[in-house]
Design a protein around this ligand. Sequence first.
Ligand SMILES: C[S@@+](CC[C@H](N)C(=O)[O-])C[C@H]1O[C@@H](n2cnc3c(N)ncnc32)[C@H](O)[C@@H]1O
Length: 411
Amino acid sequence: MHIPPTPAARLRAIKRHVWLGRHGFLATCAPGLESLAAEEVARLPEAGAVEARTGAVAFEAPFDTVYPALLRLRVAESLRIFLAQGAAAGTFPMLFDQLQRVRWALWLPTSCAVTVRVRSSKSRLRDDAGLERTLRRALQAAGIDADASGTAADAPPVTLHLHLHHDRASVTLDAGGALHLRQGDKWVSPTTIRETTAAALARLAGVTDPLIEPDLVCDPFCGSGTLISEALDALAGAAAGRARGSEALAVPLAASPAWKPERWAHARRVHGGPGALAETPSVLAFDADPSAVRAANHNLETLGYSDRVRAEVARAQSLDLGAIAAARGARRPLLLTNPPYGRLADARGSAPGELLRALLGSAAGWRFALLYPRPRDLEGADGVELLDVRTIVTGGLRNAVLIGRVHDGGG
Ligand SMILES: C[S@@+](CC[C@H](N)C(=O)[O-])C[C@H]1O[C@@H](n2cnc3c(N)ncnc32)[C@H](O)[C@@H]1O
């Protein structure tokens, strides 16, 4: 479909084909976290046909669901809209023919800087460069200048994913960019985890579960404070995407002719607030690295949590979790942390397994939720009961979420 001849005709077509229709969406996530991503997708307004796939959740919804989704999704890594699904793509001419049927002009700005990401599996067409060229030809045929250059205003960035599987093609348009980014100026350390992974750990830890209801949350290896920030956001019911739409955290779909600024503003008012924190739990954060602690305090301040928690420099070896809980009268303390391991996240002063076992040795009565790839390091640790081990893959690396508790009296 070519660009409609007048702005009014384009608007009419957008209304009819974009705003009034239901669309297929894909929320991608770390493999291992599909069930959590599916839960949050299912809570989006008018979302239906929710289906967990490997590393993603597919669903259907009206276009307007995109606005609350960009604000509320916490575990999903990206949000994409299907522009084509299951298109026959046995040969390049067939693929081109199918891609020409996409109503590009209703979704993409007339002039933009398109990035194409191609993946082909179990298909005859495997030449990534040829596949990208075919997609670009279809854009050109639709009157889209996909290679515009200049500022983001003249040539807004657009990312399209072209996937072939069993000779069927799908095309998705990235709506929100990297959803793990929650603030424009986060200070990071070399071992900072993604906010999306931290959100998943906080959820699996039961931070907001009324049956668990922790009255003290402690991260003794807080790094740049990602876990504590996500836990506080979850407790406050704050929108993950509340900073989205600012210059530092642009929404790619905002350049689309289908984007409705007034609808976004409305969604921000309804779904996009910072939430409100109750008085419990108390929150504590420590790290042995002073620069990580500085980063954590900067990040907590940016998110509006500096009144609630101030990270401090401390070595885990010097912390007695039992005494910390007793001093605060905590009855349901939760250790929520991503302990050091491996080369980048080096443990200071002890081997990682030893450091963790020693810490848990002082944690009688605590529940724990760890992002830690070696559950075997906990084998035989006194009083430690592992309740759940979930393997996840983040940034291509295998990791694990370990949920458990430490029994009183070492029993
Ligand atoms: C895997 S990183 C945590 C990253 C954090 N979740 C984030 O998003 O930034 C582990 C952290 O443990 C800290 N660390 C290493 N040895 C420590 C020790 N003995 N006591 C306290 N902190 C330590 C490191 O400085 C590092 O920030």
